[in-house]
Design a protein around this ligand. Sequence first.
Ligand code: URA
Length: 436
Amino acid sequence: MIPQDIIRCKRDGGTLSATQIEDFIGGLVSGAVSEGQAAAFAMAIFFRGMIARETAALTTAMSESGLRLSWSLNGPVLDKHSTGGVGDHISLILAPAVAACGGFVPMISGRGLGHTGGTLDKLDSIVGYETQPSTDLFQSVVRDIGCAIIGQTSDLAPADRKLYAIRDVTATVESIPLITASILSKKLAAGLDGLVMDVKTGSGAFMPTLPEAQALAQSLATVAREAGLVTTSVLTDMDQPLASSAGNALEVLHAIAHLRGEACEPRVQEVVVELGAQMLLLGRLAPNLTSARSKIEAALTSGAAAERFAQMVVALGGPADLMERAQQILPTAPVMMPVPASRSAYVAGFNTRALGMVVVALGGGRMRPQDKIDHAVGLSKCVEAGTFVHKGDPLCFVHARSMSQAQEACVTLQSAITLGDEASAPTQMVKQIFAA
Ligand code: URA
């Protein structure tokens, strides 16, 4: 294999054979392909795209780059994956809720990508929590507790782990074939019975328009079907941060408050319930959607989901008192600064991507693959679209390492949150469902 020939073929708009793709991905994992070559390959795919056959071959090659898990459990093996957003910590609430309803959720999550936060980085803000456990530990936590949320280990889809880190910092994320292969390679390696895809659309999504998000959902459905993985896609809103917090530790805090019933934001609750209900349907754990929704709601209100989350944290090495002492245990930033509204008006809209990039610039995401994350920084108490604010009211709070970083973030945020004279209609969270 000559990597530059494969890159050249794609750069010039050619169609790659399955063998070329397998060779390139094999070389990425073995080290025969350099990071620079992988970045050029990703950029060629970004501009030239891939036909369905190539995307399927890329997905297969990446999923076969490591172990493929198999399970023998007394319930369905289910998972959910989001295409990425801002303030999206649904996984932290959803996985334990589905586990409490009888599903088994081996969730292999990713680091932050571009402007979006990653579940893996969020969990890394919990001291002691092992996000890269051995495969044996991962499997035993799923078997005993019902869910384990981890990052990619060196055993599971290592090709995606490498390519993901390169795409993050080379502006090659927003590509339907690359997103499809990245997500499905991890999910196929996890040996699932059913997958629910949360395909985001709006200014904080990789596919901002509805037609683009629909095309991504279609690509995911086609490749998953060919690989024999039953998948339902739910298109959900990402035109504003999903929760009022964005940033690693801040989102863990928020998820714990939601699980404990202390701060159930309606938009977060709606997405958790809809995605959870679709997972229960795929796993035949409920006879219909109404009953599936009620089961997820009950898992949350009864505290059963919170209990599973606490057990998962302990089983993976985290603190036993995290649920009760999250405020004290999770890292906090030294500076907290309000972002004042410049006039009295309605919150009309968000450049959600810009909000995500503020978190990255504060240190909550990476500029280079090797960068260390600052888990404490981010945004909290972000207003929702449609809220009326008086001049000087906080639009959100910035959590930063220094005053100068906070002030810089403040200026960007004031221009990323649009104020208007009229109240906008409430957002529809679930835009479309493509059932399996
Ligand atoms: N999530 C992933 O795992 N990969 C992508 O490329 C985008 C979102």
